[in-house]
Design a binder for this molecule. Structure first.
Ligand code: GLP
Length: 252
């Protein structure tokens, strides 16, 4: 059986390891941009995404993949960090993607805590063709923590204790990370034409199983993705470890 034969509902592609999952997601983003150079991309941060951006940068350098006509909107950002803070998502995106590809600076959009309504309006005007998501250990998407409603839009949120515990490692030793963030809402994310979520590693297995097979409810914000008609999940076998056995693994 090949990996391409493992789609389920919602489309779920289970690959043997993290690297294969990252490459598969990068290929799908590249295919979107090739098919529609003016694509509007919703972009995500997080350690899961580093390999995806690395692969896209490789395709830009070696295969001529161009983002010159594309536009991007990032999902979220910490509140209260000074411009250029190394742990900001703006810095993450610059370091892993924007500094290495040809997307014009004017086409890059990052959320700001003091301009939520403007961000929402800009997204509504352009429309996101492909939204990329990671998933938090508690099922968060963007920074829509448990309790987020399906009607939520771009806004400032409190970060959940488990997110503070998980993300503190991304900040310099001795520095306390922000307790708030600005994030696209669930309704903002669901307004995208297509959505692809990447989940890798055992730490995401419970959140992914709850999202795909538990109730659709605010307790697991990623479960709301099942309300969208065009959602794909790309994961590795570790993250897929708690999915029901009716789902077929690519390495089975
Ligand atoms: C981050 C981001 C999310 C991301 C999630 C998982 O902090 N707000 O967009 O999907 O938490 O991150 P990681 O890939 O580092 O586990």
């Amino acid at each position: 059986m090949t990996a391409e034969q493992t789609y389920e509902t919602p489309d779920c592609l289970i690959l043997p390891d993290r690297r294969a999952a990252e490459a598969a997601l990068a290929e799908r983003i590249a295919a979107q941009v090739c098919a529609k150079p003016h694509s509007v991309l919703g972009l995500a941060t997080g350690n899961s995404m580093i390999g995806v951006y690395h692969a896209l940068v490789g395709m830009h350098r070696n295969d001529g993949l161009s983002f010159a006509k594309a536009t991007s909107f990032n999902l979220d950002e910490y509140c209260g960090l000074l411009a250029g803070h190394p742990s900001s998502f703006a810095s993450f995106m610059r370091e892993h993607f924007f500094a290495h590809v040809d997307m014009p600076r004017d086409s890059v959009h990052l959320p700001r805590e003091d301009a939520c309504a403007e961000y929402e309006a800009a997204i509504a005007e352009k429309g996101i063709d492909l939204q990329i998501l990671g998933i938090g250990r508690n099922g968060h998407i963007g920074f829509n923590e448990p309790g987020a409603t399906v009607t939520s839009r771009t806004r400032v949120v409190d970060l959940a204790p488990e997110t503070l515990a998980a993300n503190q490692r991304d900040f310099p030793a001795g520095e306390t990370m922000p307790s708030h963030a600005v994030t696209m809402g669930i309704a903002t994310i669901l307004s995208a034409r297509k959505i692809l979520l990447l989940a890798t590693g055992e730490a995401k297995a419970k959140a992914l199983a709850d999202a795909l097979e538990g109730p659709i409810e605010p307790r697991n914000p990623a479960s709301f993705l099942r309300l969208h008609p065009k959602v794909g999940i790309v994961c590795d076998s570790e993250a897929a470890g708690l999915l029901s056995s009716t789902r077929t693994h690519a390495d089975a």
